[in-house]
Design a binder for this molecule. Structure first.
Ligand SMILES: [Ca+2]
Ligand SMILES: [Ca+2]
Length: 184
């Protein structure tokens, strides 16, 4: 595998903090169930709320897509190696993007854009990222770096930063900060 240490650190951060919610060392359905619960709790979406069902549907589609593409040994879990191989393929050729990867990116944007005005601001960003256990001040710092001092990040900018997260070798690339962490 030809992934640099720096890119590997970014992939492991995303794996450990955003996907392997129960810290079992693998990603599976259980992690997604926990993530759904966490998101609905963060937003105050009760089981009867339409957004609760919508979140279930989207997240389960994301899991199905991830499992289908990454779980090469078909054990129902995505290991660190399977995870890194998949994202490395995306970094080398972003046009090969899977549906689930796009779906996840849009899901994160929509989740962060709580006011639903097409832009994410520092507070919206920090609220969501810190719900994954990150320090709120660090998230605010990360937002400044990724927005290059602008007050908002649009969906289009977010998509460019997203690609950069997976491909950039430059430690100062703005895309590195899209998940709220400032140093790797
Ligand atoms: Ca897990
Ligand atoms: Ca597997």
């Amino acid at each position: 595998m030809s992934i640099s240490d720096f890119r590997k650190k970014k992939l492991l951060f995303l794996f450990n903090v955003f996907f392997d919610v129960n810290q079992s060392g693998e990603i599976d359905l259980k992690d997604f169930e926990l993530a759904i619960e966490r998101v609905c709790k963060l937003r105050g979406w009760s089981p009867e709320h339409p957004k609760n069902k919508e979140t279930h549907d989207i997240m389960l589609k994301i899991w199905e897509g991830l499992r289908e593409k990454a779980d090469k040994d078909n054990d129902g879990q995505v290991s660190v190696d399977e995870w890194c191989i998949m994202w490395d393929a995306y970094a080398k050729d972003p046009t090969s993007v899977h549906d689930w990867q796009d779906r996840y990116m849009n899901f994160m944007f929509d989740l962060e854009d709580a006011s639903n005005d097409g832009g994410i601001d520092a507070n919206e960003f920090a609220l969501v990222c810190s719900s994954y256990g990150l320090d709120k001040n660090e998230c605010q710092e990360a937002f400044k770096k990724m927005s290059k001092g602008e007050s908002e990040v649009t969906r289009e900018q977010f998509a460019n930063l997203w690609r950069e997260y997976f491909s950039a070798e430059d430690v100062n690339a703005p895309g590195n900060f899209i998940f709220g962490k400032t140093t790797f």
